[in-house]
Design a protein around this ligand. Sequence first.
Ligand code: AMP
Length: 361
Amino acid sequence: MILGLLGGGQLAQMLALAGHPLGIDTLFIDPAADACAARVAHHLHGRFDDPALLQQLAERADVVSYEFESVPTTGIEWLASQIPVYPPPQALASGRDRLHEKQLFGKLGIPTAEYRAVNDLEQLLGAVSELGLPALLKSRREGYDGKGQYLLRPGASAAEAWQAVGGVEAILERLVPFQRELSIIAVRSREGEIRCYPLSENQHRNGILHLSIRRPDDPLQGQAEVLVSGLLQHLDYVGVIALELFAQEGRLLANEFAPRVHNSGHWTMEGALCSQFENHLRAIFGLPLGATQGSDEVAMVNFIGHPPASADLLAIPGLHLHLYGKEPRSGRKVGHATVRGDTLTTLQQRIDAVTALLAEG
Ligand code: AMP
């Protein structure tokens, strides 16, 4: 079996690794000569819309998937006319534009922060007077990890905010005074079976995910499963999805979804019987889904910029190291650790040990 992928970053690398024991080989297109998935999969080097490379992928792969949202529409649509592409391209179309995403949530009865579409400074001024401040101005497209966003505090200049997001089509969103940030990773098979992982509780640093902790038995699990299941069914989805949520006074508001395996689900590699990567492959290849439960307490800590020394990390009991083979660079995700413990106290001590190493570096 051959998996064709658009994108050769760490998500592609981890998908390829998960496919190996299942007899699935991976072939991917990526324009970066040093794409990290090339360590474990076959690299078709070039642009995502290169017709010759897309042709090769269509001829050699059994199924095509992708590891990021901004894949060129023409390429993915042509591939979908040749071979199965999962998740379905309509999921990409709804997820890559914040306004369309919010409208889809609204249509499905999934609550979100209150927002307004803004296409120019005048509309921004109108939205500010309607929603009040603080609020977040977010560009509709190409935004992730807090990029393309501007926080308007009370008294802030709307013109400055408009300039900061590049004067492009955007949405203004009321700032949610959330208690916790959560995400739910779920998978849907070709037959429509849905399985959900326990909620991840997420902490960010400088807009980038820093820590995800598995929260089994969370009182909001049922609510999150209802929301993500509605989305999966509506999109006739196949594969893994991540839905990012804010928890505010016992209620969930959706922030955004990612139609792919997700950083906040990396703990599933050692913290669930079947990881998000394996379940994505099982779903898209039409295989039975795997169990999403696990026994130990588990968390994931990201390495941004530069990872601590491997010997120091591996001296921490219950730690599993994942390095992506990427050149260290400020703000770049270069690896992560899964940390396990038999109690939450032990887990927290081990997370603290990793965080202390990050602080030293
Ligand atoms: P995003 O790029 O939409 O994932 O946003 C990045 C981060 O900004 C989120 O993980 C939140 O921490 C924060 N954020 C985004 N939207 C809101 C909001 N409406 N209210 C409060 N915080 C937000």
